[in-house]
Design a protein around this ligand. Structure first.
Ligand code: DX5
Ligand code: ZN
Length: 230
């Protein structure tokens, strides 16, 4: 791959009754990270899992675990998710009025910091935390469910975020800052080259991996396609 693109497998659409086997399946594909979706039925219209299950996942894999918190007021529960073994804690900006404080808390716990934005949330909401955040997640579907269609206008949002990060580095002189741009929702062989071309560096991929007849071959073809099209 000509750029350092990471594939983060979202287990939302895996078979939760056989979670350990599903995680093994992900490991076999050579995915770089595991994306774990936490939903509370309030911030999004669906409920998934919490810290006890994440702790069990941690005991079953060494993969880097990015925990995507689609919950109200995530700052109330940070300690539980930190203790559950997450490597990266991903909070939604829409639920964090004191985002700077929340990110500092995650960082001081020794975890990677990540902030997610719903499709209709403006980029200005993360402009003042570029010195703190390790990854910004541009939702490419409305959060809540796997298997939804990619929102095409998010390609433009990713391009503008990339520019915002470049401007930040130039204006502050912090050229060494590494901020990944993650996308989540509707990523497949067709949409992956578009988001990577716009500047995405971490692809959260769920349904297309788990619905593939051969997930190993699918991830391989995804990587090949990106090499050919970037
Ligand atoms: C959606 C979740 C996603 C979801 C993406 O709210 O945050 O992580 O699993 O999965 P696909 O690839 O099915 O769109
Ligand atoms: Zn997610």
């Amino acid at each position: 791959m000509s750029k350092n693109i990471k594939i983060s497998a979202s287990i939302l659409n895996s078979n939760f009754a056989y979670l350990a086997d599903e995680i093994k399946k992900v490991e076999k594909t050579g995915a770089d990270m595991l994306h774990v979706d936490v939903m509370d039925g309030v911030f999004v219209p669906n409920i998934t899992m919490g810290p006890p299950i994440i702790k069990c996942i941690r005991e079953n894999t060494k993969l880097f675990m990015d925990v995507h918190l689609m919950i109200t007021r995530p700052y109330r529960l940070l300690d539980s998710f930190i203790e559950s073994g997450a490597d990266s804690i991903n909070v939604h900006v829409e639920e964090c009025p004191h985002l700077d404080r929340t990110l500092n808390y995650i960082k001081e716990a020794g975890k990677k910091t990540a902030v997610a934005l719903n499709p209709s949330t403006p980029l200005a909401s993360v402009e003042n935390v570029l010195g703190l955040v390790d990854m910004i997640l541009i939702m490419t579907v409305n959060p809540g469910f796997g298997g939804q269609g990619f929102i095409g206008d998010m390609v433009y949002k990713i391009q503008r975020l990339k520019k915002m990060i470049e401007d930040y580095k130039r204006l502050t002189g912090r050229h060494d800052r590494v901020i990944d741009i993650q996308v989540d929702g509707g990523i497949n062989l067709d949409t992956a080259p578009k988001v990577v071309g716009a500047g995405a560096t971490v692809l959260s991929v769920g349904t297309s991996i788990f619905r593939a007849d051969d997930p190993v071959a699918y991830v391989k073809s995804l990587r090949q396609k990106l090499t050919l099209t970037i």
